[in-house]
Design a protein around this ligand. Structure first.
Ligand SMILES: Cc1cc2nc3c(=O)[nH]c(=O)nc-3n(C[C@H](O)[C@H](O)[C@H](O)COP(=O)(O)O)c2cc1C
Length: 200
């Protein structure tokens, strides 16, 4: 099994999403499995800007060196997801959404004809047969509330590229004080155990 782990917290190893992803992968890992680690916050992810769109739209033979490097970068993001059987995504809520580096990464991965296509019946995701664990960490409480504009977005995006087997683990109330943080962590660990026990 190939596991692609994607972290996006600005707090790196100190982030709760990072710690919970460590625990999830430790529980998931079987002998022979391979884990590819990406820390998008540490690496930085370039925005898909006009120059990158132009590079993608230029025939390989006509690309400058810089344009080819841009295409190679985007291709490498897609290939990592294509090769993965399981994605583990650590995603703090930042201003009701995902960290901008994760959004930028999504923008590189959604490519017509490669990861999705439009048919007469609507869009079809081309990355089939994968499972995703999404660990979302929040300072406050948003699960199931109108303020949770993050998880519906992540689910929509993953489904759009063909990944609909998605387990979401919520760690909430982490900045609320009192015993909320401990309660949020304990509930997250219960959700993680349940998700791991759910057959793919
Ligand atoms: C830039 C930024 C924006 C944030 N926005 C929200 C938010 O909209 N809602 C919320 O509940 N918490 C918000 N938080 C708090 C984080 O979600 C919380 O601290 C979480 O634990 C961070 O995850 P991590 O520990 O995995 O890094 C924000 C934190 C930062 C740094």
């Amino acid at each position: 099994m190939n596991i692609l782990r994607v972290d996006s917290s600005v707090f790196a190893e100190g982030g709760v999403s990072h710690q919970l992803a460590d625990e999830l992968i430790a529980a998931l890992l079987q002998p022979g499995d391979k884990v590819v680690n990406r820390d998008l916050a540490a690496e930085g992810v370039p925005h898909v800007d006009p120059a990158r769109m132009q590079a993608l739209g230029t025939a390989a033979a006509d690309r400058s060196e810089r344009q080819q490097a841009m295409v190679d970068y985007a291709d490498a993001q897609i290939e990592q997801v294509q090769r993965a059987d399981v994605l583990v995504i650590g995603v703090p809520m930042y201003n009701f959404s995902v960290p901008s580096v994760l959004k930028a990464w999504f923008d590189h991965i959604a490519r017509a004809g490669v990861t999705f296509e439009y048919t007469s019946a609507g869009p079809r995701g081309l990355l089939q047969g994968k499972r995703a664990f999404v660990i979302t960490t929040r300072g406050g409480l948003h699960r199931g509330q109108p303020s949770d504009t993050q998880v519906p977005f992540i689910r929509n995006f993953l489904a759009f590229i063909g990944i609909s087997d998605v387990e979401v683990i919520y760690a909430e109330g982490l900045n609320m004080g009192g015993d909320q943080r401990e309660q949020g962590l304990s509930e997250a660990r219960q959700m993680m155990a349940a998700a791991l026990a759910t057959p793919a």
